[in-house]
Design a protein around this ligand. Structure first.
Ligand code: BG6
Length: 485
């Protein structure tokens, strides 16, 4: 990814006092400031409807959020006091946007800033349309510097609504101004997939249907739906995780080698993967929903008992799918996508199972002792990887044991930056490599939209288990590699 500079600018957060801002954005900005990754001239303007907030109370809120995330007051106090400002957007009337524009111009004048502006829309999807048109009506979609707009998922509810959202954004902003966040792309271990594949030719030469038998991308979460039932019950695992995070992992794993690592070439290769996907067959999907159970010995309620979930909800909290990529590199290799809430523990892991030896040379009492080589990439927690290879068991003439050659990030590196820290810095640098192109959004919906219309059965699974048994067929054959939590 190109090493671009951070230029002086205004970072304007719509939803500045909201949950995302407090939990992720403000701490990310604080960390960047503390690590001196920010230009001397970055100013942050929080925007919300609340007319009672002012510059001072927003600075306090920013400090609190940063301290809650582990930063020390002395690392960030000066930064917050000098660079944080607040502006209400009232009810979003045209005059509110005119006033906002006047405030931006005033801040730029006071602090000697060029008109470089990032608008981070940390607001619900339903408010996006009004905000985008409000910005445009006051002429803020352009400036004498640059204007960038940052948007959070969900990018649509289905193919049609995603198309509408893309159209709405295009009305006011060009694609190179738009930064769609899929926070998985900000994770160090996810970015490492590119280095792993394209910085290590030994793997790249094996990375195809001739050598790989199957691939599994598995995101298990220990948490349930928590306080987000209002959103989640309308979304479900397919929309919440598969259409975006798991599909992003899939495209990074399967893409062709780009000419360079840059936004246009990487995103183009990812889009090509999505265009090569075979339609998903109903028999290649299993959905589940957690019922009550126990995690780490503690009883937890079932999905239907969660606050805000309808008593007869059939929303899936688990999804397992088999997908296939119809191109020369991957034809015939199943990719298994699996995700669920209330699993035994949190684990995001990719398994690549290589083809077994064509002839078995080592057996014990007639049973082949050679197992396929497997590569496990653990994206979180306890980040690292292990390559499982066969080793002769000492003392036995022909028994073979699978041994991991492994690496853990924490043994080598001190600190792994949080995803939002990386993504905010990339927005400030103007590097779109880790952001989702509108064509990726639409192609992913082309793949999954038909599933939304099926009348599928949702199988129950007890919280604390690995999902319904009906999904067992949708996994790589060496299941114990994933079961070995
Ligand atoms: C979010 C989903 O996008 O990703 C959540 O809406 C999910 O439901 C979360 O829990 C998982 O992210 P992470 O970084 O904890 O793996």
């Amino acid at each position: 990814m190109a090493n671009k500079q951070v230029e002086p600018s205004l970072f304007i957060i719509f939803g500045g006092t909201g949950d995302l801002s407090r939990r992720k954005l403000l701490p990310a900005i604080g960390r960047l400031a503390a690590s001196l990754s920010l230009s001397d001239n970055l100013h942050v303007l929080g925007i919300a409807r609340d007319t009672r907030q002012d510059d001072a109370s927003f600075r306090d809120l920013a400090m609190e959020s940063m301290i809650a995330s582990g930063l020390r007051a002395d690392e960030i106090a000066g930064f917050c006091n000098r660079r944080f400002h607040y502006q209400t957007i009232g009810n979003g009337a045209p005059s509110d946007y005119t006033q906002l524009r006047a405030r931006l111009e005033l801040l730029e004048q006071q602090h000697g800033l060029p008109a470089n502006r990032t608008f981070y829309l940390a607001i619900p999807t339903a408010s996006l349309g009004d905000t985008l048109s409000g910005l445009a009506s006051a002429g803020m979609n352009q400036s004498s510097g640059w204007v960038r707009i940052v948007i959070e998922k969900p990018f649509g509810y289905d193919r049609a609504s995603a198309g509408e959202l893309v159209g709405l954004i295009r009305k006011y902003f060009a694609e190179d101004q738009v930064y769609r966040i899929d926070h998985y792309l900000g994770k160090e271990t996810v970015q490492n997939l590119l280095v792993f594949r394209f910085g290590n030719p030994i793997f790249e030469s094996l990375w195809n249907r001739d050598h790989i038998d199957s691939v599994q991308i598995s995101v298990s979460e220990e948490l349930g739906v928590g306080t987000r039932a209002g959103y989640y019950d309308k979304a479900g695992a397919l929309r919440d995780m598969v259409q975006n995070h798991l599909t992003q992992l899939l495209t990074l794993l399967a893409m062709e080698v780009p000419p360079v690592i840059g936004a246009d070439s990487v995103r183009y290769e990812k889009i090509k993967v999505l265009r090569s996907m075979a339609p998903i067959l109903p028999g290649d999907v299993t959905f589940g929903q957690y019922s009550k159970g126990a995690i780490r010995g503690q009883p937890v309620p079932g999905y239907l008992e969660e606050i805000g979930v309808g008593a007869s909800s059939t929303t899936e909290t688990f999804a397992a799918l088999k997908v296939e990529i119809m191109n020369w590199r991957w034809q015939g290799v199943p990719f298994y996508l699996r995700t669920g809430k209330r699993m035994p523990r949190q684990l995001t892991r990719i398994g690549v199972q290589f083809r077994n030896a064509p002839v078995c040379m080592f057996d014990v009492d007639g049973v082949c002792a050679v197992k396929p080589n497997t590569l496990l990439l653990t994206l979180q927690p306890d980040e690292g990887f292990s390559l499982h290879i066969g080793v002769k068991k000492p003392g036995s003439p022909s028994d073979v044991k699978q041994i991991p050659l492994s690496f853990k990030y924490r043994d080598i590196f001190d600190d792994i930056p949080e995803a939002y820290q990386t993504l905010v810095l990339d927005v400030l640098k103007g590097d779109q490599t880790l952001f989702v192109h509108s064509d990726e959004v639409l192609e992913a919906w082309n793949l999954y939209d038909p599933l939304l219309r099926w009348k599928y059965k949702v199988y129950p699974y007890a919280a604390g288990t690995r999902g319904p048994a009906e999904a067992d067929r949708l996994a790589i054959s060496e299941k114990e590699l994933f079961e070995n939590f």
